[in-house]
Design a binder for this molecule. Sequence first.
Ligand code: AHG
Ligand code: MN
Ligand code: MN
Length: 311
Amino acid sequence: MGEGIGDYTKNIVDLRRHMWGAGVEVELRRLIWQIAVVGKYISAKIHEANRKQAGFKNIYGEEQLSLDRGADDILKNQLQFSGFVRQYASEEQDDIIKIGSGSEKYIVTADPLDGSSLVDTNLAIGTIIGIHKESVFDTGKKTMAAALYITYGPLITMVYSAGCGAHEFVLNREGEYVLAQENIRLKEKGSIFSPGGLRRDWVPQHLKFIENLEKEGYKLRYSGGFVPDINQVLIKKGGLFTYPALQKSPNGKLRLLFELQPMAFIMEQAGGRATDGRKDIMTIKVEKLDQCSPIYIGSSTEVQMAEQFLS
Ligand code: AHG
Ligand code: MN
Ligand code: MN
């Protein structure tokens, strides 16, 4: 066998071994491992999906595919018996759900399936998880202990951070998450940009910022799936993703608790940054579950450039 993940003559580091070596506290590493396992079940569900719509709407009024609900059920049911989770907050639920006995250490937030409208196009989709110590109605800085996301693409990959770097794992054919990249570090400056929303709905400062990136030769890379779009910036070690304020929705589209803070946590751990244009995403206080925020996330040069244009 050649180089890399399939080469068992090399020293394989799987997820559990990595977290143990990285000194992640025992309950947290068991929880992260269990969530990574849930990713395998969600992936199986995606494979068998019949893509029939379930016939009801979620609280955001978007049409909800049966797949979103399926992924949410799998997560909730597994976390219920994890022994480490006292509350579950999901984009697919109207309220925070109490699970476990109530004395467990963590609260888990989930976007069980991000980008589910892309399933029929065979583009990558994902799962985004935040792990909180305290109430989620605070700043991410204060309450988040860890975050992870899983990308369901040609490969299933998982990136986690428990506060000591961001690390990428690939699910191999044996069903193990094996280390692909340890301590991912973004460069100061990248060369790609991923801009959400319609150009005609952008505010003038944002339009000027994007025009500047175009002028500087940044390459457009937008799939419409938050997870693969962010993953691209991280794995290419630089660049910028933005979903900005729009004329009619000044808070943009993406959700602070379920989508933005987990990704900001990971990006910062990789040496990148995330702001809403003025404030660091991790310092914004979550007041309600479906709170949205504009976001500029990626390498420091591009995020700083965004701040200059927006100030
Ligand atoms: P979700 O499927 O969880 O509702 O999220 C969809 C999101 C995200 O994946 C992506 O960045 C954004 O919607 C794309 O929005 P546009 O279609 O407006 O580009
Ligand atoms: Mn989403
Ligand atoms: Mn979703």
